[in-house]
Design a binder for this molecule. Structure first.
Ligand SMILES: O=C(O)COP(=O)(O)O
Ligand SMILES: [Mg+2]
Length: 224
C-alpha cells in the first residue's frame, strides 16, 4: 500500500453518529401501529447496519411473525416517513469526531460516507448535524444495485471521490464494513463504540479505536 493517505471512507450509523435513540423511536412507532410490543435500544443497537428494511424485519421477528413482502413495503414507507421527521431529535456525532475530521480535511485527505442508510436521509442527517461540508461524496444503501458488504459499494464511493484504492482507508463499526473493505482490498479501522452483535475486535479489523482522538494515530500507523 502507498504510504500516502488520500481518502478515508466512513460508515454512518454507529461510526460517525450515535443514531440508536432515533432509530429505536422510529422502529417502536411502527411496532406500536401494528400492535407489537416495544423494543429496547440495546436490542436495536444489535440490529442496525443493514438498512431500514432489515431493521424492520429484525424488529418484527423479535416479537413474532415477520410480515409478508407487500406489508413490509407499507411498513418501510411508514418507517422512512417518521424517521425523516425525527432524524436528528437525539442523534449526535461521536466525541472527538469534529476535531478529527477538521484535521484530516485540513491536511488534504478526501473524506466520504458509505452507508446502508437511504442516501437522501443520510444527507439530511449530516446536514442537520452540520457535518455535510466535510464530505466530498456520500453513497447510501439505495445508491446502487449493491450495498455493503458488497465491495463495489466502497469502490463506487472511491470512484465518486476521484480516489484510488491505494491510499484509501475505511472506518466502520460492523461486519458489513469490515467485509466490504477486505473484499475491496482496503485497510479498515473498527470503532468499538458502534452497533454490532459481536465485539468489533472479533471481526479482526486492521486497527481498532475506542475514541476519535485515536483515529489519526491509527491512520498514520496503517500508512507506516
Ligand atoms: O442500517 C442502516 O440503516 C445503516 O447502517 P450503516 O450506516 O451502519 O451502514
Ligand atoms: Mg454502522
Amino acid at each position: 500500500m502507498s504510504n500516502k493517505l488520500n481518502a478515508v471512507i466512513f460508515d454512518l450509523d454507529g461510526t460517525l453518529v450515535d443514531s440508536a435513540l432515533d432509530l429505536t423511536a422510529t422502529l417502536n412507532h411502527v411496532l406500536h401501529l401494528e400492535g407489537r410490543p416495544q423494543i429496547s435500544i440495546d436490542e436495536v443497537r444489535h440490529m442496525v447496519g443493514h438498512g431500514s428494511r432489515a431493521l424492520i424485519i429484525k424488529g418484527f421477528d423479535h416479537s413474532g411473525e415477520v410480515p409478508p413482502e407487500a406489508e413490509l413495503d407499507r411498513l418501510q414507507k411508514i418507517f422512512l416517513d417518521y424517521y425523516n421527521d425525527h432524524i436528528a431529535d437525539h442523534t449526535i456525532s461521536f466525541p472527538g469526531l469534529w476535531e478529527a475530521l477538521t484535521e484530516l480535511k485540513g491536511s488534504g485527505v478526501k473524506l466520504a460516507v458509505c452507508t446502508n442508510k437511504v442516501e437522501d436521509l443520510s444527507h439530511k442527517l449530516l446536514k442537520s448535524l452540520g457535518l455535510d461540508d466535510f464530505f466530498c461524496a456520500l453513497t447510501g444503501g439505495d445508491s446502487f444495485d449493491y450495498k455493503k458488504p458488497d465491495p463495489r459499494h466502497l469502490l463506487s464511493t472511491l470512484e465518486l471521490m476521484g480516489c484510488e484504492v491505494d491510499g484509501a482507508v475505511m472506518v466502520g463499526d460492523s461486519a458489513n464494513d469490515i467485509d466490504a473493505a477486505r473484499n475491496a482490498a482496503i485497510p479498515v479501522i473498527g470503532v468499538t463504540f458502534g452497533y454490532t452483535p459481536v465485539p468489533v475486535t472479533e471481526l479482526s479489523p486492521d486497527r481498532v479505536i475506542d475514541h476519535y482522538d485515536k483515529l489519526i494515530p491509527a491512520l498514520q500507523d496503517l500508512m507506516d
